[in-house]
Write a protein that binds this ligand. Structure first.
Ligand code: RP5
Length: 163
């Protein structure tokens, strides 16, 4: 069975954020692989992963990194697969460095950039699922059910309010 989504991240320390992408894909029944691929510390691994990603059967890549976060952009430069970038919250700049590093791509090499941190990781997974659902009716149904459950879980009144 081919695995449609690769979740890559620059460091083990990114996993606390990127596991939310993995958990969301699991909840939607979307198979995925998670790998550590660092643009700076393992450039050869990055090159080999990105050049071979399409042939390996991946359809979407989710790439999370923090600080000087070149992983999503470099990956996008080496593959035509859609790449969704997740800025990981950094200690020194609260993830703004990660966000700016990922979002300001030059015209011609797109990275779909998400929010900083957990929200970005969850939404990257949801976007990946939406892309795959275009060709997969069963997944489209699961995605619609996931969204309905989310809607149904929102109370009309905040707990603890007097009226
Ligand atoms: C980036 O540097 C990683 O994506 C990570 O967010 C950040 C810090 O990495 P560690 O020093 O925690 O390995 O490459």
């Amino acid at each position: 069975m081919t695995v449609p989504v690769a979740i890559i991240m620059g460091s083990q320390s990114d996993w606390d954020t990127m596991r939310h992408a993995a958990d969301t894909l699991t909840a939607l029944g979307v198979a995925h692989h998670a790998k550590i691929v660092s643009a700076h510390r393992t450039p050869e691994r990055l090159y080999q992963f990105a050049k071979g990603a399409k042939a390996a059967g991946y359809q979407v890549v989710i790439a999370g990194a923090g600080g000087a976060a070149h992983l999503p952009g470099m990956t996008a430069s080496l593959t035509e697969l859609p790449v969704f970038g997740v800025p990981v919250e950094s200690k020194t700049m609260s993830g703004l460095d990660s966000l700016y590093s990922i979002v300001q791509m030059p015209a011609g090499i797109p990275v779909g950039t998400l929010a900083i941190g957990r929200a970005g990781a969850v939404n990257a997974a949801l976007l990946a699922a939406s892309v795959l659902a275009l060709q997969d009716e069963a997944l489209a149904t699961r995605l619609a059910a996931w969204r309905k459950r989310q809607t149904d879980a929102v109370a009309e009144r905040p707990e603890g309010a007097a009226s």
